[in-house]
Design a protein around this ligand. Structure first.
Ligand code: SF4
Length: 346
């Protein structure tokens, strides 16, 4: 819901301020998909609002499920489509949110990158992905009881958000910041900074800007090679922002925030799994004690690259070099909802 538009509309009707507060509270609760359902509002107002505004800027057109992940294809007001994913990590529910329709960066291991760039999402469209999933969880909870409840013991709800869906978040900076403000706001979704993660392909100027914001939001970098020539093959953005410049920005971030920075590395057969690649990766990881490696088995993308068979060997060498790392287990590969698999070609 576009809060400024609806506020202006309510003002034009000369309604008391508490009506806006009621509507905003209802909207963020995730309990409603339209205004008619808000029975705490006068019927006439509900009807008028529904005639003028959709409550959510996204509409479900398809939903695929596995036991621990759901992927929704959502239609936007202009007919464009995005994908968003709900992941069940047993102790919490996390949304993988998109920030763009498509992506201009064309990383070779990514299905979104093959779509090209269509447009940035508005802050409303970013936030509404989370409200969409809260709504889904509440409705499903009403159908069958669930174990994922809010701390107050109420309905299940989205507890974490990762901007790792379609698009490069730092290329949609203004709308990302607006959406983050709403997601973190007490009067919005009230999600803590540490429950939010952003993954970037390495937009150097924005890494500085993000560091200067000094939030406690988690930052991850898609590294995938610590060798410039290899990174340029996998991620064309590396031609614009070189590894030395990128590393200077990353060191600035860790120094400024004193926060861990997550480096993502997906081993790919015959591209970044040679010994010199592993040596360069270890050297880079040792250059900053706040760098932390997330080793991610490559998710297959149609016509794409082949996962390396050397994962065990890489792990052995990391352990021998006393590097702390985490091996990420992808949820949702079977429905193409894992990292790098989101796309809306259809
Ligand atoms: S990995 Fe991220 S930045 Fe790269 S093409 Fe895919 S969506 Fe864009």
């Amino acid at each position: 819901m576009d809060l400024s538009t609806i506020t202006k509309y309510l003002q034009s009707l000369s309604l008391p301020a508490f009506r806006r507060r009621q509507i905003v509270k209802n909207y963020f609760s995730g309990h409603f998909t339209n205004f008619t359902q808000m029975t705490d509002l006068p019927l006439e107002l509900r009807t008028t609002l529904d005639q003028n505004f959709p409550l959510l800027s996204v509409k479900e057109i398809n939903l695929l499920s596995t036991t621990n992940s759901q992927k929704a294809l959502l239609k936007l007001k202009d007919g464009q489509k995005i994908e968003t994913v709900l992941l069940d990590y047993h102790d919490w529910l996390s949304v993988c949110a998109s920030t763009q329709v498509g992506c201009p960066l064309g990383c070779k291991f990514c299905a979104t990158g093959k779509m090209g760039f269509i447009r940035n999402l508005t802050s409303e469209e970013i936030v509404d992905q989370i409200i969409f999933w809260n709504n889904y969880l509440i409705n499903r909870h009403c159908e069958k009881s669930s174990t994922k409840q809010s701390p107050q013991g109420g309905y299940p709800y989205v507890g974490r958000v990762a901007f790792m869906g379609m698009g490069e978040p730092f290329l949609n900076w203004d709308n990302l910041i607006l959406a983050l403000n709403t997601i973190r706001s007490r009067d919005g979704l009230n999600l803590g900074n540490r429950k939010i993660s952003i993954s970037t392909a390495g937009i150097v100027p924005r890494i500085y800007e993000f560091a200067d914001l000094n939030t406690e939001i988690n930052l991850a970098l898609s590294l995938h090679s610590a060798i410039q020539s290899t990174r340029e093959i996998l991620m064309p953005i590396a031609q614009k922002y070189s590894l030395p410049d990128l590393l200077t920005a990353l060191h600035y971030y860790t120094h400024k925030t004193s926060r861990q920075l997550f480096l993502e590395f997906a081993p790919i057969a015959d591209i970044n799994d040679a010994q010199k690649e592993i040596d360069a990766l270890i050297k880079l990881l040792k250059s900053d004690k706040l760098f932390f490696l997330n080793l991610i088995p490559l998710n297959p993308v149609k016509g794409g690259l082949v996962p390396s068979t050397k994962l065990k060997l890489i792990e052995k060498q990391l352990t021998a070099a006393h590097i702390d790392y985490s091996l990420r287990h992808s949820l949702g590969q079977s429905i193409n909802s894992a990292c790098g698999q989101l796309a809306t070609f259809s």
